[in-house]
Design a binder for this molecule. Structure first.
Ligand code: R5P
Length: 285
């Protein structure tokens, strides 16, 4: 089965299928599938971040593949536009639904995502969600696991935090987060004791870094010792890396689902083996 890899995922795996993706002078994207994959099963690997251009590149690749009637198994390690999955005030777009509709219209044979933002995306899109949590946790040192509690920085992180607490056999502290504006995060309260404990903050992604930085500040004030963050996707927009390096967080564990330039506190966990396993599973179907 040929594997086509778009620009956004080339750091993860080398493709075996040939495609051309380039730009016209006005910025429009051009995609051509060079190999003949008529009626074949193929794998298409792509991230959709940064979202505008990579989502569109993916749509164009799906269009080109549909013209050859290829059966596309789509692997999207980081799927963007998954966070706005409901309209909380009147007049808002539900981008998770709009993005899902775009993908669905190409009727992929399967879609696999790594740690999708939330299960609510399944309302709009049928996909397999592969968890990188065990892999991330396996990179904690024995000394770091001692006297540890897990913190969920918001309601959305509770399920993951609970899974992590089962794996590491420790308790969970729930933080109350609110967003006073786009890309801003404040922690109001913590439910659970963190005094003199090492705290592992679990989240699906670090975007601006606002959530985990605010959580770390709150936890430190509440008496926590070392703060470590484990998150699957390093979106790291704006000056997130600089802010994280200057924060109270001792170590940031993230996967390489997205290509990033990590700061000095980062440890990158490679996903190549997980991606190969996903491909192996699709091959075996
Ligand atoms: C929110 O619901 C997500 O799970 C993350 O907590 C959030 O998207 C991280 O964004 P930021 O780093 O910008 O606070």
């Amino acid at each position: 089965m040929k594997i086509f890899v778009l620009n956004s995922a080339r750091h993860l795996l080398k493709g075996t299928g040939r495609l051309q993706s380039s730009r016209f002078s006005d910025g429009e994207i051009y995609v051509r599938i060079i190999d003949d994959v008529k009626d074949e099963r193929i794998i298409l690997l792509a991230n959709t971040n940064p979202p505008a251009e990579n989502l569109l590149e993916l749509i164009l690749a799906l269009d080109a593949l549909r013209r050859q009637n290829a059966k596309v198994h789509l692997i999207i390690p980081y799927i963007s536009y998954a966070r706005q999955d409901r309209a909380s005030i009147e007049g808002e777009a539900v981008s998770a639904e709009a993005m899902s509709r775009m993908l669905r219209q190409y009727n992929p044979a399967s879609i696999t995502v790594i740690d999708a933002h939330s299960g609510r995306l399944k309302k709009f899109l049928d996909f397999n969600d592969v968890s990188a949590l065990r892999l991330l946790l396996s990179r904690l040192r024995v000394s770091e696991r001692k006297n540890m509690v897990i913190a969920a920085p918001d309601k959305g992180a509770v399920e993951r935090a609970k899974k992590a607490s089962e794996m590491l056999k420790c308790s969970v502290v729930l933080l109350e987060k609110h967003r006073p504006g786009h890309d801003l995060a404040k922690i109001r309260a913590a439910h659970g004791d963190v005094k003199r404990k090492n705290v592992l903050i679990i989240d699906d992604m670090i975007d601006t870094g606002g959530t985990v930085i605010a959580a770390a500040e709150f936890l430190k004030k509440a008496g926590a010792r070392d703060i470590i963050v484990a998150a699957t996707h390093a979106v790291l927009s704006g000056d997130a890396v600089k802010r994280l390096d200057a924060s109270k967080i001792k170590k940031v564990l993230v996967t390489d689902s997205l290509k990033c330039n990590p700061g000095r506190r980062f440890r990158i966990v490679k996903l190549d083996k997980s991606i190969r396993e996903i491909i192996g599973g699709i091959n075996g179907r």
